[in-house]
Ligand binder design. Structure first.
Ligand SMILES: *[C@@H]1O[C@H](CO)[C@@H](O)[C@H](O)[C@H]1NC(C)=O
Ligand SMILES: *[C@@H]1O[C@H](CO)[C@@H](O)[C@H](O)[C@H]1NC(C)=O
Ligand SMILES: *[C@@H]1O[C@H](CO)[C@@H](O)[C@H](O)[C@H]1NC(C)=O
Length: 213
C-alpha cells in the first residue's frame, strides 16, 4: 500500500512538472542560439561603425522580417505553427547574411565577424534540422507563408523592382536578433509566454545609442 501511494505521489509530481519542461527539440536549440546572441551583441560595432554613415544594402522586402510581421502573421494566418515561423526565420536570415557578406570586400574589418556569425547561424540551423523529423520540412506551408517563401527564393533578376528595399546592415541584424528572441523565447526567458514577443534582444554593447529602427 505504502509503495503504491508513493508511486502515485511520484507520478503526480511528474505530471506537475511535465508541462513546465521545454520540448526537447527546442532545448537543443538553446546552446547554439545563445552563441548567436553573443555574436549579435557586437552588432553595432561591426555592422555600423565599420560602414559609411547611412550605408544601406538592397534586400528583398520580405527580408525585412520584424516583430510586427510576426504579430501580424499570428493574427492573420490560421493554424500558424511556431515551427513554420522558425523555418521562415532561418530562410530570411540566411539570405540577409549572404547579402551583407557580399558587399564586404575581402579585407573589410567586419568580414571575420560576419563570417563567424554566419558559421554560428549555420550551426543553429543544423541543430534545428536534426531536432525535427524530416517530414516536418516537407509539410505544406500556409499560403501566405508559401508566398513569402517563393518571394525569398526567386531568382534576383526575376524580382520586380518594386520588391527591393534598402536597409542598413545594423537594422537587418537588429531584426534578426529581435525575432530570434521572439520565436525562440523559451531559450531566452523561461517566464515569458511564447506568444509574448516583447523585444528582449539586448541592445548592442557599444557606447552610443543613436539609431532607433
Ligand atoms: C544620414 O541620414 C540622416 C537621416 O536620414 C540625415 O539627416 C543625415 O544627413 C545623413 N548623413 C549623411 C552623412 O548622409
Ligand atoms: C514585414 O512587413 C513589411 C511592412 O509591412 C513588409 O514590407 C515585409 O514584406 C514584411 N516581411 C515579411 C517577411 O513578410
Ligand atoms: C545575450 O548576450 C548578451 C551579451 O553577451 C548577454 O548580456 C545576455 O545575457 C545574453 N542573453 C542570453 C539570454 O543569453
Amino acid at each position: 500500500m505504502i509503495q503504491l501511494s508513493t508511486s502515485v505521489c511520484l507520478l503526480g509530481g511528474l505530471f506537475l512538472i511535465a508541462p513546465v519542461l521545454m520540448a526537447p527539440t527546442l532545448a537543443n536549440m538553446c546552446r547554439p542560439l545563445k552563441t548567436l546572441n553573443d555574436s549579435l551583441s557586437h552588432r553595432r560595432r561591426y555592422m555600423k561603425h565599420n560602414f559609411p554613415i547611412n550605408y544601406t544594402i538592397r534586400v528583398h522586402h520580405k527580408e525585412i522580417f520584424k516583430l510586427s510581421n510576426i504579430s501580424k502573421m499570428r493574427l492573420n494566418v490560421e493554424e500558424l505553427d511556431d515551427l513554420v515561423l522558425q523555418r521562415l526565420w532561418f530562410q530570411v536570415n540566411q539570405g540577409v547574411l549572404k547579402k551583407i557578406i557580399r558587399v564586404m570586400p575581402e579585407r573589410h574589418p567586419s568580414r571575420p565577424y560576419t563570417a563567424e556569425l554566419e558559421r554560428r547561424f549555420r550551426d543553429a540551423e543544423g541543430v534545428f534540422v536534426e531536432s525535427h523529423p524530416a517530414e516536418v520540412f516537407q509539410q505544406e506551408l500556409p499560403d501566405t507563408i508559401q508566398d513569402i517563401w517563393d518571394g525569398l527564393t526567386e531568382e534576383p533578376d526575376r524580382v520586380p523592382d518594386s520588391s527591393w528595399r534598402f536597409a542598413s546592415p545594423k537594422s537587418l541584424l537588429d531584426n534578426f536578433c529581435h525575432t530570434m528572441f521572439c520565436l525562440f523565447s523559451e531559450c531566452f526567458a523561461s517566464t515569458e509566454a511564447p506568444q509574448d514577443c516583447v523585444a528582449m534582444c539586448p541592445p548592442s554593447l557599444v557606447e552610443d545609442y543613436d539609431d532607433v529602427q
